[in-house]
Design a protein around this ligand. Sequence first.
Ligand code: AP5
Ligand code: MG
Length: 193
Amino acid sequence: MLNIVIFGPPGAGKGTQSSRLVERYHLEYISTGDALRIEIATGSELGLEAKRLIDQGQLVPDQMVIDIVQKVIIAKQSNPASKGILFDGFPRTVKQATVLDQMLAKVNASMSCMVSLNVPEKDLISRILMRGKTSSRSDDNEVIIASRLDEYAKKTAPVAAYYKSQNKYKEINGLGTIDEITSRLIEVIEDCN
Ligand code: AP5
Ligand code: MG
């Protein structure tokens, strides 16, 4: 099984690269950001609570995303065609990373590696502002980007150390064309076990 976390700050290109990796390695895909936006669109109670936080650029509570991921792991790992799972936007706190290891252990699986996209802050901001011109994402504006980057630095960046301590952390330069970045990712993923 190839279980991968694609990691990096808002706008790093996680979603863009994920669709390519899913296709190449025949992986199941979990994006907690997408899952929360679906809850918001359906107007569920969970969606309303998530919207309040997402619109301020803050993370939602750990338990909210843990519950979402738990359901998906159980549903997807029983699919015989699946070669593994790609996690995008999760784990985003050290608590989430610890719980993810426990959830995978329960289904006799483990994380293969975390691949991190390095992109300078000015490029992250310009990418998100560019997308904000056409996207319907309520958090794609200058004010909220600042809090998303702040949350990332405080709560999410430490997750890299968690995987480094398990020798599962790999990082690549996330600047360049989308194809160049995919090639760099494939190169490091070939070394994941
Ligand atoms: P989430 O949806 O995960 O958003 P994010 O991490 O802030 O990142 P983005 O989706 O904006 O960026 P991305 O890295 O996917 O880049 P993309 O490929 O789109 O989370 C949203 C919110 O939900 C969070 O703020 C939080 O509130 C909540 N949440 C989600 N998960 C959570 C969790 N686990 N715990 C707690 N809260 C959680 O690319 C960005 C743009 O750049 C695109 O327009 C793209 O076309 C462009 N682009 C991509 N690659 C390139 C390139 N090589 N060159 C130029 N442009 C490029
Ligand atoms: Mg994304």
